[in-house]
Design a protein. Structure first.
Lengths: 441, 159, 158
């Protein structure tokens, strides 16, 4: 099967295929180059090697069940995708989220935004030869993931941010984990800045390479750090503030030329701003009293005691449900509408609780938003992650579409590498932060 | 306020093509006729409306209705910080619409994806072919009549 | 007679020992599991202490194919080509449920498990698997390599 590049190519040029499986570790992406010596005359990009049928799958799953699929879009900053989907549904349903849940959402978003930038820059630096930068950044990322893991239960794809709030409260001792994570990340960023900022080899490979003008960037629909590196100040957190971003102080770093070095430097400065946001948010979130485990009783015991009236003791739940007990619910999940899983204590011990649990999970019941369509976007690691949901009143979405930021960023790659050398493809592509799950959905 | 003035101006200038205007959950939605789509889009992109960014272009398949496909475009104006949703319906028998690749550069890939997933044709597109699926794939996966689990393997599978 | 058996058994053990502690792997990384793979290979949960730290970026130089993440139907011919380019002896680890059985993607686009395309030695489930699970899977592969009948002539496995 001949590609367009092969058909249009001159007979005396060489065609090089940088195939779907290549060491640049960004997953599956194919770029075909028409070369004259080392110089690229023409390029063609072939995507879709990770197309996993996300949008079609979402039409066949209930609104609650499709949350894990949403995680796996931009899999380096999964909580931000969770957030985008949850906020789109909240806009459609018209529910309001409690204050503490909003603060926790901001904290988690910023932590995963930092890990997104760390992965992007680490991989980009490694492909340019700076291997130890990758190791430093992965080490810092482990500390960030520790915070996420102790609260949500999973390092990466967490499904933690739910429609109506978050799944569970922050873990005990979260302040010290956040402080450790921030400190270690700052240390890693300081080391990396010392290694790369004024490094002549890195500058030669990234300065002036892959430049894009403001008009081109806007015409291609770029958003996020790549657009800001071209000098356009557009950040969804400032333009259309959501959650508590309008009350937090942070800056939006801008670049000048829109080349690879600017994208690297914008991401480095954004990480510092995200660390500032983490510190501010963790100062805002009030402490909660630790639970006393000794006076809790098992659900069967509660059933036995509760024949005539509800027993006063708390009910002991499985350790998996730590942080999502019934008395924590008002802080972390909305009470506006039946869009959240009912508390397990009610489910295990009362008839009404059991019925409401079934009504949430049964086919045809559960979250049934009104008919209509909605679009909402959040600032993801790559740019504006938008969700467009068409609802027909049933418990499954009629159509769910994701506005993937790196799709638009990558549509400009062919133009950026034309006229450059083969070796320039690697830093250009690396600085664009292509995530296969988001690109191909 | 400024938001209402903008919409009033748009409706006044392009009244021929606009079928209806609605506000849904805080979003502004214009429904237009497909013949007037290109003219409306070029007008919106230029000053004074200045919708410089094509955020998204997608399609919805309403199998039951006569106008089966509905193209949905999201525009964004950086200078005025305003979003706009534009919808246009296409008949199921002949789902073609003008291509916007002359106005915005990312329309190229967005329209290729819609063609791949829904089979909607775009007049004036420089290179309309599949983007996410492979060339040998038959059918358009996101259409409602394509079975969700029907696989078309490229190489013979074991078992 | 028995002397030859004794020597060949010793040789097999030695060959198995050498092969299992010097695995050069080719990471066929596609999706989210790739991020956990990066974590496993880096300083915190080191792969290098198992002898499998050197990443070969060409299948011709590798003897372990780590298929990480979802393989779609568009990517299946590429995976088969990469597998056939590797030289014997070679092993395959399916990393993550998408590679093991298609994972949560049971639809028109994803291959329901890479053992429909190539033979697999160790399956590591998880979405994504924790790095400790990956290291456990690697150790099981090492036991398998030690146990299996080594051959120092070319042998094609279907």
């Amino acid at each position: 099967m001949e590609t367009k590049l092969q058909k249009d190519a001159r007979p005396d040029t060489m065609l090089l295929n940088m195939g779907p499986s290549h060491p640049a570790m960004h997953g599956t992406f194919r770029i075909m180059l028409e070369l004259e010596g080392e110089k690229i005359l023409n390029a063609e990009v072939d995507i879709g090697y990770l197309h996993r049928g996300f949008e079609k799958t979402c039409e066949n799953r209930t609104y609650f069940n499709l949350l894990p699929y949403v995680d796996r879009l931009n899999y380096v900053s999964p909580l931000i995708n969770n957030l985008g989907y949850a906020m789109t549904m909240e806009k459609l349903l018209g529910v309001r989220v409690p204050e503490r849940a909003q603060q926790i959402r901001v904290l988690m978003s910023e932590l995963t935004r930092i890990s997104d930038h760390l992965t992007c820059l680490g991989a980009m630096a490694m492909e340019n030869g700076a291997f130890s930068v990758f190791l430093y950044m992965m080490k810092a990322r482990e500390y960030l993931w520790d915070v996420v893991e102790f609260t949500t239960g999973s390092r990466m794809l967490t499904s933690y941010i739910r429609i109506g709030g978050v799944r569970a409260d922050l873990h005990e001792g979260w302040q010290s984990s956040v402080r450790t994570a921030v400190r270690e990340t700052r240390r890693a960023l300081r080391d990396v800045a010392g290694l790369l900022d004024k490094n002549q080899i890195f500058l030669n490979r990234t300065r002036g390479i892959g430049s894009i003008s403001k008009e081109d960037a806007i015409s291609h629909g770029w958003t996020g750090p790549c657009l800001r590196s071209a000098g356009v100040s557009y950040d969804v957190r400032k333009a259309h503030p959501y959650l508590i971003y309008d009350r937090l102080e942070f800056e939006v770093p801008l670049g000048e030329q829109g080349d690879n070095y600017d994208r690297y430097s914008v991401r480095m400065r954004e990480m510092e701003q995200s660390l500032r946001l983490c510190e501010q948010t963790s100062g805002l979130i009030p402490d909660s009293k630790p639970r006393v485990k000794a006076d809790e009783i098992e659900p069967t015991e509660a059933l036995r005691l509760g024949r005539l009236q509800k027993p006063p003791q708390r009910i002991r739940l499985s350790p998996n449900l730590e942080g999502s007990e019934a008395d924590v619910y008002p802080r972390i999940l909305t009470g506006d509408a039946p869009v959240v899983v009912p508390p397990k204590e009610d489910t295990y011990t009362t008839m009404e609780g059991l019925i409401s649990h079934f009504l949430f999970f049964m086919d045809g019941y559960g979250i049934r938003p009104p008919k209509g369509d909605v679009y909402f976007s959040v600032e993801g690691g790559n740019g504006e992650v938008g969700f467009y949901i068409v609802s027909d009143g049933t418990d499954r979405p009629y159509r769910l579409h994701v506005r993937a930021p790196c799709f638009h960023v990558l549509s400009a790659l062919e133009q950026l590498v034309r006229g450059r050398f083969v070796a320039d493809v690697i830093p250009t592509f690396g600085s664009m932060n292509m995530i296969g799950g988001e690109l191909d959905r | 306020m400024e938001k209402e003035d903008l919409i009033e101006e748009i409706r006044a200038r392009f009244s021929a093509g606009i079928e209806s205007y609605a506000e849904s959950l805080g979003d502004q939605v214009l429904v237009v006729r497909r013949e007037n789509l290109l003219a409306l889009m070029s007008g919106l992109r230029a000053a004074p409306f200045d919708y410089a960014v094509l955020l998204d272009a997608t399609c919805v398949d309403f199998l039951a209705s006569e106008n089966r496909f509905e193209m949905v475009y999201h525009l964004f104006s950086l200078s005025r910080n305003r979003r706009l949703r534009i919808k246009t319906s296409l008949p199921g028998g002949n789902p073609v619409v003008d291509s916007l690749s002359g106005l915005w550069k990312n329309a190229d890939w967005l329209e290729r994806e819609v063609f791949d997933m829904f089979g909607v044709g775009f007049i004036g597109h420089p290179d309309l072919r599949r983007l996410l699926m492979y060339e040998e794939f038959e059918g358009h996966p996101l259409r409602k009549d394509y079975p969700w689990r029907k696989e078309q393997p490229l190489i013979p599978l074991k078992d | 007679m028995s002397g030859f058996d004794f020597l060949s058994a010793r040789f097999e053990t030695a060959l198995g020992w050498a092969r299992k502690y010097s695995l050069f792997h080719y990471p066929f990384v596609t999706a989210c599991c790739g991020i956990e793979y990066m974590s496993t290979a880096c300083a915190h949960f080191d792969l290098d202490r198992f002898g499998a730290g050197l990443i070969r970026f060409s299948p011709r130089q590798a003897d372990l194919l780590l298929v990480v993440g979802t393989v779609s139907h568009k990517l299946a011919p590429v995976l088969k080509t990469v597998y056939e380019q590797m030289m014997e002896p070679k092993w395959v680890i399916a990393f993550g449920v998408c590679a093991v059985s298609g994972g949560i993607y049971q639809n028109y686009a994803a291959v329901q498990g890479i053992d429909k395309i190539i033979p697999v030695d160790v399956y590591i489930p998880g979405c994504p698997p924790r790095p400790e699970m990956v290291l456990d899977g690697l150790m099981r592969l090492q036991e398998k390599i030690q146990r299996e009948k080594q051959d120092w002539r070319w042998k094609k496995r279907t």
